[in-house]
Ligand binder design. Structure first.
Ligand code: SF4
Ligand code: SF4
Length: 203
C-alpha cells in the first residue's frame, strides 16, 4: 500500500514538473507572438548601412602618390603598392595597387591616414566569392563605383534598426520623416557647439 502511494506521489510530481516545463516553453512562444517581425526579406529587401559603415574600400588610382602610408599604418601591411622610379620625371610611377579583402579586417586605418584621400570606405558588404583569390581586388576592381542599396531598383531599402523610432521593431511602411531614437551625429555636434563655452581671450 505504501509503495503504491509513493508511486502515485512520484507520478503526480513528474506530471507537475512536465506541466511546468511545457508552460515555460509556451510562455516564450506567446511572448514572441506579441512581437513584431524583425526579419529582412534578403535579397529583395536590404538594410541601409549606417553613415560610418566600413565596407569595401574604394580607391582612386589617379590620386594615389605611391607614398605607401596605407601600407605602414595597416596592422597587417596589406595594401600592395607596386611602383617604380621614373628617371625622366624623377617621380614615382604607380603600376598596380591591390587590397586582398580576404585578409583585410576593415579597420579603416589606411583610409584615415591616406594623405590624398584616394581611399574611402563604402557601404558595400556583399563580398562573398567562390574562390578566395577573387577577393584580391586590383586597382580596377577597387575603383569601381560602390553599390548603394538606395540606388538599386530591384531592392527595397529598409532603414537600419538602430535608426528606427523608439519602441519600433518593424522597418516596413515607416514614413520617411519618422523620428528615429536618439540623436543624429550632426545634431550631437550642433548640441556640443551650443554647450561648449568659448575660450576667453588672454589679457
Ligand atoms: S596612402 Fe594613399 S596615396 Fe599613399 S600609397 Fe596609399 S593609397 Fe596611395
Ligand atoms: S582597412 Fe585596415 S586591414 Fe584593411 S587594408 Fe586598410 S588598414 Fe589594412
Amino acid at each position: 500500500m505504501f509503495n503504491f502511494l509513493k508511486q502515485v506521489g512520484d507520478y503526480a510530481k513528474d506530471a507537475a514538473q512536465a506541466a511546468k516545463y511545457i508552460g515555460q516553453g509556451l510562455s516564450v512562444t506567446f511572448d514572441h507572438m506579441q512581437r513584431r517581425p524583425v526579419t529582412v526579406q534578403y535579397p529583395y529587401e536590404k538594410l541601409i548601412p549606417s553613415e560610418r559603415y566600413r565596407g569595401r574600400i574604394h580607391y582612386e588610382f589617379d590620386k594615389c602618390i605611391s607614398c605607401e602610408v596605407c601600407v605602414r599604418v595597416c596592422p597587417i601591411n596589406l595594401p600592395i603598392v607596386d611602383w617604380e622610379f621614373d628617371k625622366t620625371t624623377k617621380k614615382k610611377k604607380l603600376n598596380h595597387y591591390s587590397i586582398d579583402f580576404g585578409v583585410c579586417i576593415f579597420c579603416g586605418n589606411c583610409v584615415e591616414y591616406c594623405p590624398t584621400n584616394c581611399l574611402s570606405m563604402t557601404e558595400e558588404y556583399e563580398l562573398a566569392a567562390y574562390d578566395r583569390h577573387e577577393l584580391n581586388y586590383d586597382s580596377v576592381a577597387l575603383g569601381r563605383l560602390p553599390y548603394k542599396v538606395t540606388q538599386d531598383p530591384m531592392v527595397t531599402p529598409l532603414r537600419e534598426f538602430a535608426y528606427l523610432p523608439k519602441g519600433e521593431m518593424d522597418p516596413h511602411d515607416l514614413p520617411p520623416d519618422a523620428q528615429r531614437a536618439g540623436k543624429r551625429p550632426e545634431e550631437l555636434v550642433a548640441e556640443l557647439k551650443r554647450t561648449t563655452v568659448p575660450a576667453q581671450p588672454e589679457s
